[in-house]
Design a protein around this ligand. Structure first.
Ligand SMILES: [Zn+2]
Ligand SMILES: [Zn+2]
Ligand SMILES: [Zn+2]
Length: 124
């Protein structure tokens, strides 16, 4: 009884296997995106195509990110963001110890370190 039911569904199983093959094939073409991207100027390698594109700007000197407030152009979007903060006066990084605010995180990091040192000096 059970055996006969299995045979009966044989055609369906085959159809499913075929669609499974189609799926692996489409997955195979999508696999190209996970291939490593190599820089043609140096030995830089990345998994992300966007990263390579951004890296290439270093060689070509291209700066595709333009400031909307002035003529300043950047090769890196995050650098441009920092530049724009200068126009808007926005300072997104706030010191946890005082009202100091910084445009860049590393500026705040340096500032916070000073704080700790100063505290230590006061203690001595
Ligand atoms: Zn390179
Ligand atoms: Zn600007
Ligand atoms: Zn502070």
């Amino acid at each position: 009884m059970v055996m006969r039911r299995l045979y009966g569904s044989h055609d369906w199983v085959e159809a499913r296997q075929l669609s499974g093959l189609a799926m692996t094939r489409s997955r195979g073409s999508r696999g190209k995106d996970t291939r490593l991207h190599r820089c043609s100027y140096c030995n830089y390698v990345t998994k992300r195509r966007a990263n390579l594109q951004r890296h290439r700007y270093k060689h070509t000197g291209e700066k595709p990110f333009a400031c909307p407030y002035c003529d300043h152009k950047c090769a890196d979007q995050s650098n441009l963001q920092t530049h724009i903060f200068r126009h808007t006066g926005e300072k997104p990084y706030t010191c946890p110890y005082c009202p100091y605010k910084a445009i860049q995180k590393r500026h705040l990091d340096i500032h916070t370190l000073k704080h700790v040192d100063q505290d230590r000096d006061d203690m001595l």
